[in-house]
Design a binder for this molecule. Sequence first.
Ligand code: TEU
Ligand code: CA
Length: 558
Amino acid sequence: MEKWWKNAVVYQVYPSSYQDSNNDGIGDLPGITKRLDYIKKLGVDIVWLSPIYKSPQVDNGYDISDYRAINPDFGSMEDFDKLLGKAHDLGLKIMMDLVVNHTSDENKWFEESRKSKTNPYRDYYIWRDGNAGKSPNNWGSFFRGPAWKYDEQTGQYYLHLFAPQQPDLNWENPNVRHSVYDMMNWWASKGVDGFRMDVINYISKPEGLPDAQLQADEELGNPEPLVANGHRVHEFLQEMNNKVMSKHRMVTVGEAPSVTTDEAIKYAGLDGKELDMVFQFEHMGLDGNENPVLGHWSDRKASLKDLRSNLTKWQEALEGKAWNSLYWNNHDQPRVVSRFGDDSNEEYRVLSAKMLATMLHLQQGTPFIFEGEEIGMTNSYFKKLSDYVDLDSINTYHQFVDKQHLVGSQTMLKYLAMHSRDNARTPMQWNSTDNGGFSKHEPWEHVNPNYKHINVKQSLDDPNSIFYYYQKLIRLRHELPVITDGKYRLVKGNEDDEAVYAYTRKDENTTLLVILNYTKTTLDRDYQVPDNAELVINNYPDDKGNTLRPYEAKVYKY
Ligand code: TEU
Ligand code: CA
């Protein structure tokens, strides 16, 4: 199938945080529809909507109770049809979130399944007898506590890798698989243009569900090494491709935590047998804690050396074989400018946001922008636990501080401030009026107080804003084929530079040279830029040659 999405850029919308149209404090579909002109102005091609389906919202919609209905807080199916219609009129594609590793416990399938051992839906989920009065195995859930829940009605346990209200579907059951494919085809026939697939590399569980390895004195083990990239996952995705993707002109991206480059080549191979691309997580893990039990909860910063060698590894490994996704942010990650950049003052916030955007957008792959990234929104820096809404953040605090006494309360609050998923989920900052113009009602999640100066209106009024810089990066991708197809090479000798990242993109006719100062120090570097080189984008008003100012980014073309 034609790879129409190869030079596309995707913009992710988190529906509850984008725009509230009826002032109940929750973002909604009419709000998004109203803002599609803004998204179009940025220049992106595809809008990915985080889940909008009917859901009790235990995990903000990643717990779906009806795959063919809209969450009433977000609007109606008619509102969705309007959104889709307007998007298509504007030339924007719509990518839906597909959450099929698990459902909500309020999904009809699960309500049937738990009724009796002989119910036709019993095998839609993963039920097991207990092991001497305890869970069937020692797996811990990603949201803390055991990954099994005992259900009194039938005296068995069901598996939930995430919250207890998110039971895992049993992909071994062909009825489950075909129900999912039917549902996908139903959305495709409504006109949606693709799917982002939630933890799709977890769907094939290992035979016999063996115990996980335990860390030191832990009682529960991390099931991830056992459930990620399971033995039947490629078979399932090829079947899905055959039943769904091959029948429509769509684009797919699979969320794939702990995927390796070798696995990614199987999922996202250019032969198009499975998915178009995957989200890998290695660059998101570079600032994790040295203590594996604490995982990504830390206050470390990633070094440029680690970041560069990881990005380079993915660029090189997939070249000519598979297609990369490129991202800094999504609804689960802290804000890029606070994480890899510098939000300590206004000047550095703007410069470093543009530098990081340049680093990513000039690489090979499909860039994903998360709402607010294009105006340099920062972490929320909540100070107390009661400010947090995300269940992962709250559960993890109680687990590490109160139950296991692994870290003190202040340290954990610091980790939350740096890594909580709530950092991404604060309402979109549209202007300097109450609640950032998101809603007239108190929003479901606190607005970042910096909305007074960081907002869309300010960005649109300032020709040097981060918004217009993103707009230009997107336009360059559409105009210069070398950004899509050119080969990525690190500049010779750059491997060990602790402050500057320099790489080229090259095709038969064109070379792009990307030079990025990752630090706030002024530096001197000679990359022998040819005299005829044209500066295609930079984040300072002028070019000082070999002198690189704080967070300077520039791209030459020759
Ligand atoms: O996220 C999965 C994911 O990558 C993380 O949840 C990770 O597995 C976990 O934090 C372990 O550290 C997806 C969605 O993006 C997220 O919003 C959902 O909460 C989750 O799946 C469950 O659907
Ligand atoms: Ca609303």
